[in-house]
Design a protein around this ligand. Structure first.
Ligand code: ZN
Length: 414
């Protein structure tokens, strides 16, 4: 890794999103000192000059919905029906065999893949299914978080079990007192959703932490818990502090009902994360012929000013056997699934993996003077081609230092 902190670095001819002309980025002491438009610039004033020759520079990518503890358990754990319920059952049956060492190994693999693809901030959900598992997963995550601290900012969400009893709640509270950042869960899968939500909000308000929950991950139009989530948010005075992941039944229900719910989300500042890979895999399993796409109403939410971020969700596990911790791949799937394909929408999709989730996590992920010099450089020169190219040639920078780089190499023989 290069040690450039005290150096004055000039990145020449960087292409930034929504800018017509390339710019020069000046970095010093981990920070972007200035962004210069002048064509003539004196290289002698800088300790190091790198000419990007018009390459795209995106803010460090933010993956705000991962499941590091489950990643890379496929094909050891299978899901023959391809449904959410079988995935949950299969993973829970395997949890006793997930040692701390195995958790650290799988989590580390995910984190390294995320970093090399340009992710510099991530949030992971961690299962809270049994007392034993909670202890192991908290220990494993704290080891991984410490190991990768110089390279990536990480946050954790402890998922409350759907039918959490008092003993399990005690373990969740122990986890909150031992390094977990947020509280989560999947209350729509509970036998008593209202009670489960009540416990989640109670834990959150006790520890003054934000909430990030899975909501209505279903293609049943009758499943509609977002109004209840909004009600709880209002009652707890938690406006702006609740994230709802998935919300796929919004697409299954009729337009008028969905738009009423979207209005409520906006009013309570409850924002949404869409997980296109896992949901296109898990949902629509009973559809014959034309299979529904399984995404939430990404376009409508965005049009109504509910913030939408795109996350990886599960990586090579029974919930989703594909994925490689590459947000550009998820952005492409979202663009296809939600048909966000105009030039403006393509750029919006890129914001959904960078500036939008960064803001939702109260981070500072922008390329602007005074901000942390954290970004990914792509070997693509036209912002309209970022999704199409999916370039593997990338450089990840954090706090003014190059963390790693990848280069596609094709060798022709004969
Ligand atoms: Zn999830």
């Amino acid at each position: 890794m290069e040690r450039d902190i005290a150096m004055k670095i000039l990145l020449k001819n960087a292409a930034l999103l929504n800018e017509k002309e390339t710019k020069h980025i000046v970095i010093q002491d981990e920070i972007i000192q200035s962004i210069i438009s002048e064509r003539m610039i004196d290289d002698q004033l800088f300790d190091k000059v790198i000419d990007l020759e018009g390459k795209i520079v995106l803010p460090g990518l933010t993956d705000m919905h991962m499941h590091l503890d489950k990643s890379f358990t496929y094909p050891t754990i299978r899901n023959r029906s391809g449904t959410l319920l079988e995935a949950i059952e299969q993973f829970q049956a395997f949890e006793p065999y997930m040692t701390t060492d195995l958790l650290v190994k799988n989590m580390s693999k995910s984190v390294e893949r995320a970093i090399k693809h340009g992710t510099t901030t991530l949030r992971t959900h961690l299962d809270g299914g049994t007392d034993d598992y909670i202890k192991r997963v908290v220990e494993a995550f704290s080891i991984v978080k410490e190991t990768y601290k110089p390279y990536i900012h990480m946050e954790s969400v402890l998922m409350c079990d759907f039918n959490m009893d008092e003993a399990l709640e005690k373990s969740v509270r122990w986890a909150m007192e031992n390094g977990m950042d947020l509280v989560g869960g999947a209350p729509h899968l509970s036998e008593d959703t209202e009670h489960n939500l009540e416990r989640i909000f109670d834990i959150a308000t006790t520890y003054d932490v934000d909430i990030d929950i899975h909501v209505d991950e279903s293609d049943d139009p009758e499943m509609s818990h977002l109004p209840l989530v909004c009600e709880f948010t209002k009652r707890a005075d938690y406006s702006g502090r609740v994230i709802a992941g998935h919300c796929t039944s919004l697409s299954a229900m009729e337009e008028k009902q969905a738009l009423t719910i979207i209005e409520q989300l906006r009013e309570e500042d409850v924002n949404v994360v869409t997980l296109p890979g896992a949901n296109m895999y898990l949902l629509g399993r009973n559809d014959k012929g034309t299979i529904r796409r399984g995404l939430t109403r990404v376009r409508e939410l965005d049009e109504y000013n509910v913030h939408v971020a795109i996350g990886s969700d599960n990586i090579q596990d029974p919930f989703h056997p594909y994925g490689k911790a590459d947000l550009l791949q998820m952005a492409l799937l979202c663009s296809y699934g939600a048909q966000m394909t105009s030039e403006a929408q393509m750029l919006r999709v890129l914001e959904m993996i960078s500036t939008i989730p960064s803001e939702l996590m109260n981070r500072d992920g922008e390329i602007a003077p005074g901000k942390e010099a954290t970004f990914v450089i792509l070997d693509t020169k036209d912002q309209k081609l970022v999704l199409a190219e999916q370039t593997t040639t990338r450089e990840t920078w954090r706090k003014g230092k190059k963390i790693c780089s990848m280069k596609e190499c094709v060798k022709w023989e004969g």
